[in-house]
Design a protein around this ligand. Structure first.
Ligand code: PLP
Length: 483
């Protein structure tokens, strides 16, 4: 039964048109569609009506400001939210360099510039500027890929899963592919090699055991229906201890004996020798080419540090067969991918430049001391600028590469550990996620951890300002209390 005071408050609510006249809203009509402004105002009014109707006592409504300027102000906040892009840049403070949920590799500045140019314009995507005739979009990167890897031919598709699928479909549909049991991997929950193989039309012949496979195991399995010997880089785990796998070169020798092509899915696709930068040696794409592997597939957005793409390189006769597959059209990359990939690959022509300018490589190779120095500088500023009962420390936990790459590598890193008395760490992390720009952090033992390994040095200042602004505006940085 409606009480008198509720009716009174409901009558106080201004009309939609009245609120729309407020300066704060009238001023944005140029940039914001009117329908969106009206919608926001109606939402605010509906919310107030609901608060009023639910109030049990008049006291609960004492602080309710239903003046037209106040409601316009609230509507404006909603409008700002609605106008924001859903997909936007975030700070990756997780310490995981290649985080599939965070979009894997950030692009190098040169790649972004190139995408801006080609994206906003017409381009010579499939026309030869030399002859004026039709050409292929893959030509823009094929020569570069061959030069960098030593392969005879190259091709690009949507991602590495597509690359594996297309290669198997082109070279082994209706036939058998021999693969070691220890290499039947699942990556990121959605890419299971046996399932990709099954949908490609090739049938899988598993050989060996989980921990040991010998050349003889492949040999015994070779028969009339065999089309391909496959090797898969177990990029997200390693079998340690009593284990042995057949090397690419041994498989190539066997393939030669039987006239069978050998394919290797190397997964991450490293082009530089990481052991020169203090990391464990990780086989490079060039090593597979040099070993004589006929078809090699890898991702563009893992350790290569480029856009999402699946790269297929190898012997011309096999790459040509893959290129002529009708499914190629369904898996083809768009011009923005080709552009970003070309710009990224060009950086590799000078290895020093690649290390300096490709964000993933830089983050991977930055010395632990540098991260420690940055963490200390940031922590000192936070201690100064966040008032209240904050606990701000520095930890030195290891960070991981992620994205199914270099599973055993843990990188020395530094983390800023944040805690606020009386506030749940999960809530602090949520505030950071809702910051502008969002900060994605880890929560561990009731602390929010900001790992420097996956943050770019040039972003440190903006990160600091974002954290301070976020906690201050929520009242958390001021009095040490909750929201
Ligand atoms: C990551 C990975 C894939 C899948 O690559 P996407 O580019 O994510 O499609 C396939 N094989 C291996 C060995 C991988 O590491």
């Amino acid at each position: 039964m409606p009480r008198e005071f509720r009716q009174r408050y409901l009558r106080l609510l201004p009309a939609v048109d009245r609120i729309l006249l407020e300066k704060s809203l009238a001023g944005i009509e140029e940039e914001v569609p009117r329908a969106l402004i009206v919608e926001a105002v109606k939402e605010v009014l509906a919310e107030k009506r609901s608060v009023i109707s639910r109030a049990a006592a008049e006291k609960e409504l004492e602080l309710l400001d239903v003046s037209s300027p106040a409601l316009a102000g609230e509507a404006l906040e909603r409008i700002k939210e609605k106008m924001e892009y859903n997909l936007r840049p975030v700070f990756n403070a997780t310490g995981v360099l290649l985080h599939t949920n965070l979009g894997r590799a950030p692009l190098a500045a040169a790649a972004v510039e190139a995408v801006k140019g080609v994206g906003a314009s017409f381009s010579n995507l499939e026309i030869s500027l030399h002859s004026g005739k039709r050409s292929s979009r893959y030509e823009h990167v094929e020569e570069l890929l061959c030069r960098l890897t030593g392969a005879e031919a190259a091709l690009v598709v949507n991602n590495n899963a597509a690359a594996v699928f297309l290669a198997l479909n082109s070279l082994a549909a209706g036939k058998e592919v021999i693969v070691s049991r220890g290499e039947l991997v699942e990556i990121g929950g959605s890419f299971r090699l046996p399932e990709v193989m099954a949908s490609s039309g090739a049938s899988l012949v598993e050989v060996g055991t989980t921990n040991k496979t010998y050349t003889g195991d492949y040999k015994k399995a070779i028969g009339e229906k065999t089309a391909l010997l496959l090797k898969v880089h177990t990029s997200n785990f390693k079998v340690l201890g009593f284990a042995s796998a057949v090397s690419a070169s041994a498989l190539v020798r066997l393939g030669k004996d039987y006239g069978l092509p050998v394919m290797e899915d190397v997964g991450s696709g490293v082009l530089v020798d990481l052991s020169r930068y203090g990391l464990p040696y990780e086989p490079r794409v060039q090593d597979s080419v040099a070993a004589g592997v006929d078809v090699i597939t890898f991702s563009g957005d893992k350790l290569l540090g480029g856009p999402q793409a699946g790269l297929i390189i190898g012997r011309k006769k096999y790459i040509d067969r893959i290129k002529s597959n009708q499914l190629m059209r369904a898996l083809r990359v768009d011009k923005l991918t080709v552009t970003a990939l070309e710009a990224t690959l060009r950086l590799y022509l000078d290895e020093k430049k690649a290390l300096r300018e490709i964000p993933v490589l830089r983050m991977l190779t930055v010395p632990g001391e540098v991260l420690q120095r940055r963490a200390e500088a940031l922590a000192a500023e936070l201690r100064k600028k966040l008032a209240g009962e904050w606990e701000i420390d520095i930890l030195h936990e290891k960070s991981r590469v992620g994205g199914g790459s270099l599973p055993l590598v843990s990188l020395p890193s530094s983390q800023i550990s944040l805690g606020l008395k009386g506030v749940n760490a999960g809530e602090l992390a949520q505030r950071l996620r809702k910051a502008k720009p969002p900060v994605i952090a880890r929560v561990k033992r009731q602390r929010v951890l900001l790992d420097l390994r996956s943050l770019r040095e040039e972003d440190d200042k903006e990160l600091l300002e974002t954290i301070v602004r976020t906690f201050s505006s929520s009242g958390m940085g001021k009095n040490g209390g909750g929201s």
